[in-house]
Design a protein around this ligand. Sequence first.
Ligand SMILES: [Zn+2]
Length: 280
Amino acid sequence: MKRILLTVGSIVLLSGCGIGENSDQSEKKNETVQEENQNSTEKQQNQTEQNHKPQEEKKGEANEDKLTLEAAYFNKIAEVDGKKVIQNPENILVLVNKEYGLPDGYAPADLVRPNVAFSFGDQDIEKSYMRKEAAMALEKMFTEAANHNLQLYAVSGYRSYERQVEVFNNEVQNVGREQAVQVVAVPGNSEHQTGLSMDISSASANSALSEQFGETPEGKWLVENAHKFGFILRYPKGKEAITGYQYESWHFRYVGVESASGIYENGLTLEEYFHVVEKI
Ligand SMILES: [Zn+2]
């Protein structure tokens, strides 16, 4: 039997945004990672599916899957002007958050427009793009949803550094900097700049990006099935202190099937995932 306990306390500090640093999460600081039985790193998809339980039931429980990940998938960070800047931004598992940012002006080289339904129709605009691998996975996911009579809409994918500057400055003008940083990512710190994220909604939610989407059949199906296509719900409810963001029922991030499954089966966030995987 393998046991992995989460070092949640140290993750809370990662967000560095002031949200939740006084929350009860920090009391878990002294929990340590324990590994027993170093064999059997392999997981079987159907076995892990059977093991899945709702997140509420898993809190405090030891996980049974041993998660491993090649060191190349970890962020490589350099300190630039006091900011932590990611040096391997094309890493498919790149961890972008309020602490770790992308290089100024970084744009992925392989952006394509996935062949899916968009909330804004056929317009060929920046936010319809994703990196190729993510776009192909998104197409498969939307097709499978349609097979279940669920009509998903892609709403917002890639966002350039320059566009994020505009969005952020607009928000600062409207509500001031202090409030703006709570809801809009600082340029360089938006996951949308990776080309690996897509905001998704549905006709039943009027294509809105709101918590209500999470209550629709489409939103519920995505939460339970996105990992099969390599996507995770990036900002889950109850993990705000760890991700640094409010619950976003619509924001899905591509990380590949293996990592998405490990994250889903163990009720983790991407931040927590990097604390429990073992480098190989
Ligand atoms: Zn988003």
